[in-house]
Design a protein around this ligand. Structure first.
Ligand SMILES: N[C@@H](CCC(=O)N[C@@H](CS)C(=O)NCC(=O)O)C(=O)O
Length: 343
């Protein structure tokens, strides 16, 4: 009996990914097109949004750029497709995009039932609550009866219900798909609370209050109610493409671990350190193993930077968001960012 159930479950997964599930196909498509198509957010400061010149920038955008640098030696060979939370998985399954680099949380059902795979975690996040200071609320435990703005098709929506149920509180959801509209509903006072990954709340607070409102009018409550490991997603089936996405991220973290930056990478080509020589392709082998140019990691670091540079520039102290490294510090500094060995 158990065996039949398993077969049925596996059959379901195979069906949902049929046509995309053989090695090499996705990578071949990307190469033939000469461009990576990266599904990203609709627009969140620091993580992914088009600047005033229409150029996409942010921590999530840098992941797309790193993958393009690995495949093409050129981080600019990316087309960005903004997607709502509700649109993102269909866009990936249908082949409209090659990968997602937005604020997607890696979960068991997305990995299995949706026929996806996840790369390394690019940002360890958790869900929080943003409120107007004038409400005088200091803790999420004071939110009994609150009206809460939330986006559909997200882990956010599910965790919200779990949290209020677990704490025996009630709430009124206001469910809005488009991020601009959900923010507008919150800022206009239609909801008491906006809930999302706390990264998005910091971004919303820093960049989106319509004047005369300012970031100082809002506060992110102290409770973090979930784990949201945000990671790039791609279709299950092309292992080489998956390897490229995963190791591109690790190369950025490994570069930070080894003190290699976009500024000093040329100098580092002359080092005697064997780990650095391997990463930068001075000692060949890693590129061949991944099926790309030996300069793959050099190109990422030179054009995009190491993980810490990307973090600081986009969301850290060098940015309006001023997010502390926290869980996203290197493991050596008490965080969770840890690159598997490049050897
Ligand atoms: N990490 C949560 C996600 C959240 C999510 O996608 N939230 C949307 C709904 S507001 C968002 O923040 N979008 C921002 C954007 O598109 O710029 C998940 O994977 O379900």
């Amino acid at each position: 009996m158990g065996r039949f159930l398993n077969a049925a479950a596996i059959g379901c997964v195979v069906l949902s990914v049929s046509g995309t599930a053989w090695a090499g196909k996705d990578l071949d498509t990307v190469k033939a097109r000469g461009q990576l198509v990266c599904g990203t957010m609709e627009g969140t400061a620091g993580f992914a949004r088009a600047d005033s010149q229409g150029k996409w920038v942010g921590l999530d955008v840098d992941v797309c750029r790193a993958v393009a640098a690995t495949i093409f030696g050129d981080s600019e060979k990316v087309k960005y497709v903004p997607l709502s939370a509700q649109q993102r998985f269909t866009a990936l399954q249908s082949g409209e995009v090659d990968m997602l680099s937005n604020n997607t949380t890696a979960t068991l059902t997305r990995d299995t039932v949706l026929g996806l795979d996840f790369g390394a975690v690019t940002y360890y996040d958790g869900q929080g609550f943003l409120v107007n200071k004038k409400l005088g609320v200091k803790s999420a435990k004071e939110l009994e009866g609150a009206t809460v703005c939330v986006a559909p098709g997200t882990t956010t929506e599910l965790n919200l219900a779990d949290y209020f149920r677990a704490n025996k509180m009630t709430f009124k959801p206001v469910v809005i798909e488009k991020v601009d509209e959900v923010r507008a509903a919150f800022f206009s006072g239609r909801c008491d609370v906006y809930t999302n990954d706390s990264s998005s709340l910091y971004a919303t607070r820093a960049a989106n209050p319509p004047p005369p409102l300012t970031p100082e009018d809002f506060v992110v409550l102290p409770e973090i109610i979930s784990k949201e490991p945000l990671a790039p997603a791609f279709r299950h089936g092309d292992n080489q493409f998956g390897d490229i996405v995963r190791w591109s991220q690790y190369a950025m973290v490994d570069a930070e671990e080894n003190g290699i930056t976009s500024k000093n990478v040329d100098e580092m080509l002359k080092t005697e350190n064997p780990s650095i020589k391997r990463l930068l392709g001075v000692t060949p082998g890693m590129g061949k193993a991944l099926g790309v140019d030996e300069k793959w990691a050099y190109n990422i670091i030179k054009q995009v930077g190491n993980y810490g540079e990307s973090f600081e520039r986009n969301v850290g102290m060098g940015s309006p968001l001023k997010i502390v490294r926290g869980l996203n510090a290197l493991w050596k500094n008490g965080g969770l960012q840890y690159a598997e060995p490049i050897r």
